[in-house]
Structures are given as C-alpha cells and as structure tokens.
Design a protein. Structure first.
Length: 363
C-alpha cells in the first residue's frame, strides 16, 4: 500500500525531528565523524587570536564554530541509547521514542523472565526534566504502549524490566495495543521459526490530515503535565535473515499502523508501505548498511499473515493460565474461556491440566 493513499492522509510529511543513527552499528569505525566531533578536536590554545583568512576554509569553520558555541553545543540527547536487548532514539521534546530497535532469536523467547516483576518507570539514564511520568497516562484514555515488547525478552528479567522504561513507551490506543499491534508483535516473534535472526525497528509518527481544501495540518493530542505527544501512527520495520546462508537476501517489510482501533479482520498487508516513504516521513534512514540490492520483500517470501482474532484471544487465555497463582484463579480463567465459547487447542488443554496439578495441594 502506498503512503500516498487516502488511508494515510494523502501522504507523509516529516513527522519527527530526530535524525538518528540506525541500529546496525557494532564497531567504532561505523560512526561517521560529525561537525560537532570536529569542533571538539580543534585546539584553540595554540594562539589566542587568529584571522580566518590565515587558515584553510574547513579549519576556519571549525575555529569559528568553537567561538560561536562558546557555551556548548545545544544538546538534544543521545542519538542512540543502548540497553540489554534494545536500542532507541528518544525525542526529548515529544517525550516519546522516535525509534526502538531490537534483535529477536528463538533463544530470546525462552526463559523465566516474568512481566509481573516489571514496573513502568522513568528511565534512569534520562534526565527527568525530559521524561514522561506515569501520572501523565492516568485518566488520559491512552495505554502505555511498548515499542520493544516485553514478551521478546523472556531470556532475561533485566532485559524485560528495561522495556518498561518510559523511554520505550508511547501513548497508544488501548484496543490497538491489545489487538492489532499485539498480533503484529506475535507475527514478528513467529518469524523466528523460519529465520535465525529477526530485527525490528518500531516507532512513532505524527502525520498530517488534509483540511480546508488541499492544506495539510499535523494535529495530535498531548497528555499529562509533561505534554506527552500522542502519535497519530506507529510503525515497524522488520528484517529477517538466515546468516548461515551467505549471499542470500535479507527479507524487509515496513508497516505503518494508525494509532486507533482496528477491525479484527484487518490484514497486515493493508498497512504495508514502501520503506523509502517511511524513511522520508520519519527523517531516518533505517537500514543504511543494507543496500536495496540485498533486500527482498518480506511479504513475497512470507505470507505476512497475522493470527486471527480468535487465536489472539486464546493466546491471552494461555498467558492468564500461565500467570495463575491459585486454583481459584486458574478455574476462573478456564470458565471464562468456556463462557465465551472459545475452543481450546491441545496446548491450552495440557497447560490447564499441568497448572492444576502444580497448584493442587499435595497429599
């Protein structure tokens, strides 16, 4: 689907301000030297005065820059913040992440990390001055939506806990968070059944609407005392590959999702967009180290088929069964399944029996 279609309000405008690093960096030589870096390298102590005409133009710019920025370079925060299993760029003005990148493998999805022990809280690495607060969300009508999902980090309690930092959170429509977006997160996890490595970059956009003829306007709500931006849309850029097959292309898919309720019958392909269009809107090159010649359309080699709404409901039942700490709670979840006429699969039946045995008093 083109981002120029009516579904996305007749095209994208630049919706974010942070020109960020992509997250495929592993060595220091992958960073490009910026003008800010060069400014800090200029030694002004060699002589107290100089004439710009005495030096070459590039050095002159650096020297002049040091004078202009006598009291420091205006600081919008780190381009990339690193955590146990995700990396993000944070917009200190909007108080939401621009993008959050993660790597998912099958081993990441195994383990005993439990979201019951995690709490939404301010990121200790971020100046509180630029942070959203939990109170901003209370009574707002918006949920705290993860960009890097907690469920992708079963291997580490620390990694899971870090996904609850508010730097990883956006105000998200509750129905969207529990429904379509959740199905998309499950789809990304399921890709690990076909691909050794799955990388996902999720983020937020504020896109224009068309009003008063052909004029475009960007309108979005802000919530709480800290004026946290409610994005109009969310996005995911997905790459999937099998590194043990050298030379094989990397599957790439880009999707933009309205931050609003979405019908259970909606399909992921309805929200597929060209990566270049998303990059232009976000102001970010998401895959600068992956040339187009080495990419293949994800949906051309995979169905891009989300689980059904009923399957999602059964997924939630499974989570509730896993989390049940008493027989009373376990049986309550099972009775609710029956009341809603959901048909459990073999996995849920065995899970229920296993939990009943473990929670029953030993004789």
């Amino acid at each position: 689907m083109s981002l120029g279609s009516p579904r996305f309000f007749n095209g994208f405008l630049s919706g974010t301000l942070c020109t960020a690093l992509a997250f495929y960096f592993y060595k220091t030589d992958d960073y490009k030297e910026t003008s800010s870096d060069r400014l800090t390298q200029v030694n002004l102590h060699a002589k107290e005065s100089y004439h710009l005409t005495d030096v070459d133009p590039e050095t002159a710019k650096q020297l002049r820059g040091r004078e202009i920025l006598k009291y420091g370079i205006p600081d919008r925060g780190f381009n990339a913040r690193l955590y146990t299993n995700h990396v993000l760029c944070y917009d200190q003005a909007k108080k939401i992440p621009v993008w959050v990148a993660e790597l998912i493998t099958k081993s990441d999805l195994r383990g005993h990390a439990d979201r019951e022990y995690s709490n939404f809280r301010m990121d200790p690495t971020l100046d509180e001055f630029f942070s959203s607060h939990n109170n901003d969300f209370i009574g707002s009508g918006w949920s705290r939506g993860h960009m890097a999902p907690a469920g992708d980090n079963k291997f580490s309690q620390r990694a899971m806990d870090e996904t609850f930092y508010l730097t990883n959170i956006v105000p998200q429509d509750i129905s969207n968070n529990d429904g379509f977006w959740n199905r998309l997160e499950i789809y990304c996890r399921d890709l690990t059944n076909k691909f050794k490595e799955v990388r996902v970059i999720s983020g937020s956009l504020t896109l224009p609407t068309v009003k008063e003829g052909s004029k475009k306007f960007v309108n979005y709500e802000v919530i709480g005392n800290n004026s946290v931006t409610v994005p109009t849309h969310l996005f995911k850029v997905v790459t999937a590959e099998n590194p043990q097959q050298p030379g094989s292309p990397v599957a790439v898919g880009a999707f933009v999702i309205p931050n609003q309720p979405i019908e259970g019958s909606a399909q992921l392909t309805q929200y597929k967009v060209r990566l270049e269009d998303l990059e232009k809107s976000a102001g970010v090159y998401f895959l600068p180290r992956l040339p187009p010649s080495k990419r293949v359309d994800l949906c051309s080699i995979d169905s891009c088929q989300l689980i059904s709404q009923e399957a999602l409901e059964l997924y939630f039942v499974g989570r509730k069964l896993e989390d049940a700490k008493t027989l009373e709670r376990l049986d309550s979840v099972w009775k609710d399944l029956e009341r809603r006429h959901l048909v459990p699969d073999d996995y849920l039946i065995h899970l229920y029996k296993r939990k009943r045995e473990s929670l029953s008093p030993r004789r």
